[in-house]
Design a protein around this ligand. Structure first.
Ligand SMILES: NC(=O)c1ccc[n+]([C@@H]2O[C@H](COP(=O)([O-])OP(=O)(O)OC[C@H]3O[C@@H](n4cnc5c(N)ncnc54)[C@H](O)[C@@H]3O)[C@@H](O)[C@H]2O)c1
Length: 257
């Protein structure tokens, strides 16, 4: 039996397109190619790389947004509401911590660094979900991006691991909040992929080598493989799956060494 995933008539909000390496970009393209319209948000600092990509999408909405700015969030969601009315999917593919907090000892983190990482990388999922849920009239799927550093101590990942643990827990609570309305909330835990965000992590190249050496599939993964999983999570093929962390990591997370 072959099953094609058709998202014609569906609409998705995608946060986190910095450039053509971004996981969010690969997901946006995959959803777009399945017939879904995309509302993409990008940060001002990445505008020169994000904006040209919009030409590759079919009739997208795009606008600057920053999850720490209520003003920008208000204007982005007002624009989406006006043009889309209803929304089916939300992709949260954003994270931030200061570079100095992604190396050295975790205990050196200061209060502000801890707050910033959590505000952008974890709290924002609840904020975006609260804003999009009223626009999800006929079920929905919300997807966040996470990493194994939430549950294991990965050298260099430090504060981002703690923020990802909060993000994954948020996924479970949001799934409970919204389950009655058939709105599903899941996270994809991806193996390492060379992106802008990843370039801030000390030891990142060691992580890539480690996966090739230790993952059952003996290789790294691609952003397109993450996008395949996101497409599945947006489709009815996953309609009974919510509150889960799904690993797209060549199996690395199952290993004991
Ligand atoms: N690359 C990897 O190895 C990897 C592995 C597992 C999970 N992830 C996660 O995937 C997600 C996407 O990261 P990526 O690797 O594609 O890198 P990326 O740098 O391409 O994407 C990160 C995005 O976060 C956005 N962002 C940061 N602060 C923001 C703010 N205040 N408001 C709005 N947007 C903000 C950036 O503009 C950027 O688009 C992140 O959650 C990351 O932790 C990445």
């Amino acid at each position: 039996m072959s099953v094609a995933i058709d998202l014609k008539g569906k609409k998705a909000i995608v946060f986190g397109i910095a450039n053509d390496k971004s996981i969010a970009w690969h997901i946006a393209k995959r959803l777009n190619d399945a017939g879904c319209r995309i509302a993409a948000s990008y940060q001002e600092r990445t505008e020169q790389f994000s904006l040209p990509l919009m030409k590759e999408l079919n009739n997208p909405i795009f606008a600057k947004c920053d999850v720490v700015s209520d003003e920008l969030l208000d204007s982005f969601f007002a624009k989406v509401k006006e043009e889309f009315g209803e929304v089916d999917f939300l992709v949260h593919s954003i994270a931030f911590a200061k570079r100095e907090h992604l190396q050295g000892k975790f205990m050196e983190i200061n209060r502000r660094g801890y707050q910033v990482a959590h505000e952008v990388s974890a709290y924002s999922l609840a904020e975006l979900t609260r804003r999009v849920a009223p626009m999800m009239k006929n079920k929905g799927s919300i997807i966040a991006m996470t990493y194994l550093g939430s549950e294991k101590a990965v050298p260099g990942y430090n504060i981002m691991g703690v923020a990802k643990a909060a993000l994954e827990s948020s996924v479970r609570y949001l799934a409970c909040d919204l389950g009655e309305r058939q709105i599903r909330v899941n996270a994809i835990s991806a193996g390492p992929i060379a992106t802008l965000a990843a370039s801030g992590i000390a030891n990142f190249s060691d992580m890539l080598l480690n996966y090739v050496a230790k993952a059952p599939l003996k290789r790294n993964i691609t952003a397109d493989e993450v996008a395949d999983c996101a497409l599945f999570l947006c489709s009815d093929l996953s309609k009974a799956i919510t509150g889960q962390v799904i690993y797209v990591d060549a199996g690395y997370s199952i290993m004991g060494t």
